[in-house]
Design a protein around this ligand. Structure first.
Ligand code: PEP
Ligand code: MG
Length: 777
């Protein structure tokens, strides 16, 4: 008997509704796959309307786009009605069936549509009546982007499975429309031209305004590579051919190294790479595109994407997986085309650095003085790129996930870091308005420079200690030049991230001596390695599902005493002759962690003394940034000399809000009452334990929040060097009595927005309005 028949007879027949839902699921997966690999929105839409009509056996499937400016929904694509209606039929906000779907934000399912409800559509389209209707809203990030609907000529009640199917597809369509909208693809229907000024909304990463030319940093992100006109196509072709040759050598080396370890099946993968490298289909096409006017990385992206998409659409899973191989090969060639260090000529003055995920290190690697702004599509205001941008005084916008990154390359852009907005190709009036704001900022900066060397002293004579936060060479020079009381936070993990292995004891000594010397005799709080979480080291892979709650900071270094001891030895040795080192331990959550760290410090000291080094024991402090530490201040304080509050992590853990996730970053509000009460408790407990406590989180950069923290009783603040003059101005104009009253009032309030209003009021009363954010455009 035929094997398949035998097996089939053993399998119980599926119930009809189950079979139908499994077919639906298959159809859905297939449509989503096709939509994902569609090269543009038009293709994606035609896939959706055609397939949906087919699967649901409907007479018509249509998509409308919402034009928020014109306050109507525009007929954008159809299967079943005339294509002439596209762009012609419009449904006003709040009117008719389409308006009802969009307004109610839920499906509208009618077996029989009342004629008057569809009158607007019937009149504009000139079609006959359709009786059955199911429409679902297309929503992205809480905003209606359009409506997806099916119609039936006869009366038909679409069932629950139909509703679920259409809703799932609409969710998929939402992000595609939002992305296309920012890309300019939706513009023709929504009547704005792609050459016009465009605005994108993100989050404020670092304050200030920059006007300059976009430079896209794509690193290993092939899809983010922009198109650029090559200076000389022949040089580009050569560059490409060299890259291919070096990838071929690399693959040959890997295959040789793995000889004997790889099975013949595994070897086939590498052989396939080599075959692709030799295939004229890929190679000739890249060269052709170069000579048609694209630079090598752009031509590579176009070719690889076209090639990979063919595999994407294949039914066979094995063949579909080949798309990944094609993209991987493209990435290898791309990486091989890039030099390792940033070249000065790649960054003309007034460049705006743009990338999907700009890191603190990317910023540190750009030649100094070339940037006037930063845009990172991912991340939030507490991401380390934003923190470093702030330290360097560079305006930054982060968390603009729908940004068409590659389209920004070479374009004129305004980065409004105060409000988190980006303007592409600003028109002359807007450009002028922003240029005026930059000028105002410059004048304020100049007038505040007169405060240099004056103490940060309140009108009632209390001097406040202001320290700076640093970590990279670029912001160290700013910190050293500032008149701060020292470095309140040196993030030692940032230099570690510049290496491709752990830096040796000697390398670390050189680095720390530079820092200690730059600010001596002022103190430096050298925070021991706070790697892990959102600051991974490329050479120390820790596989974790939830790195923020995993092995980071002191937890990681306690697990690796060899790394910790090397760092402690290097720090102690670097301090010889300066004596301004203080050690700061990150992510302490209990007394055991602290005691173990101190045991290792004792061991490092003992070793060095035995080796004959004339070291002195530095003061030791801990970061208060894990909520558990708040409740053990008294016990922890017995072992150390000072405390430093990391509000970035404290807020993240207290409010259960990932500091790097732009989806939730609006919840990470430093004026949240829970955070304010926690801070007040820390200040009180530290007073009780008679231990000095400062704040080194980003919150202290905000003049209003800084006054509030001082009012709570914190002994000092550590902030970006660029924020020192503004904060000094605020402190010199608000008395300690006013600060205390402000803290008392703020702690009475039950919502962040009320605290923000209160802080604004205080700045206004002290005639410090200029320290508030400038107006929005
Ligand atoms: C903090 O958590 O507030 C802090 C200052 O440290 P980091 O931002 O480096 O985690
Ligand atoms: Mg921290």
């Amino acid at each position: 008997m035929d094997e398949t028949i035998l097996h089939a007879s053993r399998i119980p027949a599926m119930k009809p509704e189950k079979a139908r839902s499994s077919n639906r699921l298959e159809a859905l997966t297939r449509i989503i796959r096709e939509v994902d690999s569609a090269p543009d929105l038009d293709t994606a839409l035609s896939v959706i309307v055609r397939r949906t009509r087919e699967v649901m056996a409907a007479d018509v499937c249509t998509v409308y786009f919402t034009d928020h400016e014109q306050r109507h929904h525009v007929f954008a694509a159809t299967d079943g009605l005339s294509a002439d209606l596209v762009g012609q039929v419009k449904a006003g906000f709040g009117r008719g069936l389409i308006g009802q779907v969009a307004d109610s934000s839920r499906p509208v399912n009618l077996a029989e549509v009342p004629e008057e409800l569809d009158q607007e559509f019937l009149t504009q389209s000139g079609t006959d009546r359709y009786h059955g209707f199911l429409g679902v809203p297309v929503i992205h990030k809480r905003r209606v982007q359009g409506v997806l609907l099916v119609r039936q000529r006869k009366a038909r009640r679409f069932d629950d499975a139909d509703e679920a199917f259409l809703t799932t597809l609409a969710a998929q369509l939402g992000s595609a429309i939002a992305y296309a909208r920012t890309n300019g693809e939706v513009c023709t229907l929504c009547r704005t031209s792609t050459d016009q000024q465009r605005r994108f909304e993100g989050l404020s990463g670092a304050p200030g305004i920059g006007i300059g030319k976009g430079i896209v940093l794509f690193a290993a992100d092939l899809q983010a590579v922009p198109d650029r006109v090559p200076e000389d196509p022949h040089t580009e072709e050569q560059r490409f051919r060299q890259a291919v040759a070096s990838v071929r050598t690399e693959i040959a080396r890997i295959t040789d190294d793995l000889e004997g370890t790889l099975s013949s099946a595994d070897r086939a993968l590498f052989d396939a790479y080599v075959l692709m490298l030799d295939s004229p289909e890929i190679m000739d096409s890249v060269v052709q595109r170069i000579h048609l006017g694209n630079w090598a990385p752009g031509a590579l992206r176009q070719t690889i994407e076209t090639h990979a998409q063919r595999f994407d659409l294949m039914d066979d899973l094995y063949l579909r997986e080949r798309a990944m191989d094609v993209r991987e090969l493209g990435t290898r060639i791309l990486l091989s085309m890039q030099g390792t260090s940033a070249r000065l000529e790649d960054y003309p003055p007034d460049s705006i650095l743009i990338g999907r995920r700009i890191s603190a290190i990317d910023l540190g690697l750009v030649p100094p003085g070339r940037l006037c702004g930063v845009i990172s599509a991912e991340g939030s205001s507490l991401s380390h790129a934003a923190i470093v941008a702030r330290a360097l005084g560079l305006p930054a916008v982060v968390g603009t996930e729908d940004l068409p990154i590659s389209a920004l390359d070479g374009q004129e852009i305004v980065v409004d870091g105060n409000n988190g907005h980006i303007y592409l190709r600003p028109d002359p009036a807007l450009r002028q308005a922003f240029a005026a704001l930059i000028e105002e900022e410059r004048e304020l900066g100049e007038s505040l420079s007169s405060l240099h060397d004056l103490p940060a002293q309140t009108p009632d004579g209390v001097e406040v200690s202001l320290y700076t936060n640093t970590g990279l060479a670029a912001d160290l020079s700013l910190a050293a030049a500032s008149d701060s009381a020292g470095i309140g936070l040196f993030r030692s993990e940032l230099p570690f991230m510049l290496y491709d292995r752990f830096p040796s004891e000697q390398e670390q000594i050189t680095l720390y001596r530079q820092v200690l010397e730059a600010v001596a005799p002022r103190p430096v709080n050298l925070r021991t390695l706070d790697a892990g979480g959102d600051k991974p080291l490329s050479y120390l892979h820790v596989a974790e599902t939830n790195p923020a709650l995993g092995s980071r900071g002191i937890r990681l270094t306690l697990d690796h005493p060899e790394i910790f001891l090397t760092q402690l030895r290097a720090a102690l040795r670097a301090d010889i002759g300066f004596g301004n080192l203080r050690l700061l331990l990150p992510m302490i959550s209990d007394v055991d962690d602290l005691e173990q760290a101190l045991v290792l410090l004792n061991r490092a000291e003992q070793q060095l003394v035995e080796e004959g080094f004339a070291i002195t024991r530095p003061k030791v402090g801990i970061m208060i940034e894990v909520p558990a530490a708040i409740y053990q201040i008294e016990q922890l304080a017995r072992h150390v000399d000072f405390l430093s509050v990391g509000t970035n992590d404290l807020a993240q853990y207290l409010l259960a809000t990932d500091r790097n996730n732009p989806q939730v970053s609006r919840r990470l509000d430093h004026c949240h009452p829970a955070l304010l009460h926690a801070l007040q408790q820390i200040a009180h407990a530290s007073k009780g334990a008679e231990i000095p406590v400062t704040v080194c989180g980003e919150m202290a950069n905000d003049p209003g929040c800084a006054l509030l923290l001082l009012g709570m009783g914190f002994d000092g603040l550590s902030i970006s060097a660029s924020a020192i003059p503004r904060l000094k101005w605020a402190i010199r104009n608000v008395s300690t009595t006013q600060m205390k009253a402000l803290a008392e009032q703020a702690l009475q309030l039950d919502r962040p927005v009320l605290v923000h209003h209160l802080l604004e009021q205080v700045l206004q009363d002290a005639r410090l309005e200029q320290l508030q954010d400038p107006p929005q455009y």
